[in-house]
Design a binder for this molecule. Structure first.
Ligand code: NAD
Ligand code: DAO
Ligand code: ZN
Length: 368
């Protein structure tokens, strides 16, 4: 079949909208019509050329929601008309990683996914017989996609696609980092570096679990109002204080219990650790730093009880946890609507990237 898609031909070039050939689902695969997709910072990171694992030509996008159109042989958990969210972190429930119950980083299709291919090492997308590569196993900047069954979360059918697409990455990454990775408890002091599409979701989850102080750090003063609406109690603009670490330590009587880095900057990663409370403070790294960057601190920071850990996709097990997060949204426990600041047709997807780069949008959603 043919599908309309935004193609990333080369790093640093705008996407172009084209008709692409899409082969039907093979064994264990599912054909999905994408109804809506968010544009995330990570799509820009890859398109910009900063991502060492970026593959071109490819179809980017990893924050979508849609409907099952057809299933390949052997697919048992999904059928036509099911509503789904594609997962860039699949959940096979059989690999060593899934069975460990210690991580959400399912490895069963990792090597082919990382090479822009389906599990049988081929691509379903092509133009004039030449392969176009998948991206993060999802490629939600295409109206129709083929995805392995283990990389689809089945969700309730009354949830609006233009909102729940954001659960495919930003919402789950931020909310999950608080609930699943850090397991923040009521009364804790929380610091959030970066009040963008991820950081604001960390803030709303911190509020949801009953955190005490929720301190936001951002260079963009325009982010303060939105963050306060989501539960931030104190705002620090690094350009307005002499020392961010000292300011946090003063505000929290010794340092944060949990600190989340949602920028991808190695300097703020260090600040996140060093402003954590001696003896127990945890710094959770969510931001993805540019290729070749390294983090550093004095090892004594760790000897004296501060902890550095990372969180991918909020530590969520996609097929298990994503449907629950959709329920929380539908029950009014989390706010997605106010974070979706712009809506665009696929033809204007490049404007969505511009809005993100200028700091004007929190989330732009493309509607098919
Ligand atoms: P965003 O651009 O929407 O937000 C980043 C925020 O950081 C902005 O508000 C910006 O003003 C602020 N900022 C930038 N530099 C700063 C500095 N030096 N000090 C203080 N504030 C600063 O980005 P996002 O979509 O929220 O993504 C944040 C990071 O998370 C990115 O690196 C992205 O790649 C990463 N990410 C990680 C995962 C994961 O699973 N770990 C998932 C999705 C995204
Ligand atoms: O298992 O080695 C692996 C890869 C896991 C990928 C996790 C990706 C999370 C960070 C990238 C940002 C996604 C939008
Ligand atoms: Zn697995």
């Amino acid at each position: 079949m043919k599908t309309k898609a935004a193609i990333a031909w080369k790093a640093g070039q705008p996407l172009t909208i084209e008709e692409v050939d899409l082969e039907g689902p093979r064994a264990g695969e599912v054909l999905v019509e994408i109804k809506a997709t968010g544009i995330c910072h990570t799509d820009y990171y890859t398109l910009s050329g900063a991502d060492p694992e970026g593959i071109f030509p490819s179809i980017l996008g990893h924050e979508g929601a849609g409907v099952v159109v057809d299933v390949g042989p052997g697919v048992t958990s999904l059928r036509k008309d099911d509503h789904v969210i594609p997962l860039y972190t699949p959940e096979c429930r059989q690999c060593k990683f899934c069975l460990s119950q210690k991580t959400n980083l399912c490895q069963s299709i990792r090597s082919t996914q990382g090479r822009g291919l389906m599990p049988d090492a081929t691509s379903r997308f092509s133009i004039d017989g030449k392969p176009i590569y998948h991206y993060m196993g999802t490629s939600t900047f295409s109206n129709y996609i083929v995805v392995p069954e283990i990389a689809l979360a089945k969700v309730r059918s009354d949830a609006p696609f233009d909102k729940i697409c954001y659960i495919g990455c930003g919402v789950t990454t931020g909310v999950g980092a608080v609930l699943f990775t850090a397991k923040v408890e009521a009364g804790a002091n929380v610091v959030v570096f970066g009040l963008g599409g991820i950081g604001l979701n960390v803030i709303q989850a911190a509020k949801m679990v009953g955190a005490d102080k929720i301190i936001g750090v951002d260079l963009n003063p325009e982010r303060e109002a939105m963050a306060r609406k989501f539960g931030m109690t104190h705002f620090i603009n690094p350009s307005k204080v002499e020392n961010v670490v000292d300011t946090i330590i003063e505000l929290t009587d010794g340092g944060s219990d949990y600190s989340f880095e949602c920028i991808g900057n190695v300097t703020t990663m260090r600040q996140s650790l060093e402003s954590s409370h001696k003896g127990w403070g945890q710094s959770i790294i969510i931001g993805v730093a540019a290729a070749g960057q390294e983090i550093s601190t004095r090892p004594f920071q760790l000897v004296t009880g501060r902890v550095w850990k990372g969180s991918a996709f909020g530590g969520a097990r996609g097929r298990t946890d994503v449907p629950k997060i959709v329920d929380w949204y539908m029950e009014g426990k989390i706010n997605i609507d106010d974070l979706i600041t712009h809506r665009l047709p696929l033809e204007r997807i490049n404007e969505g990237f511009d809005l993100m780069k200028s700091g004007e949008s929190i989330r732009s959603v493309v509607l098919y």
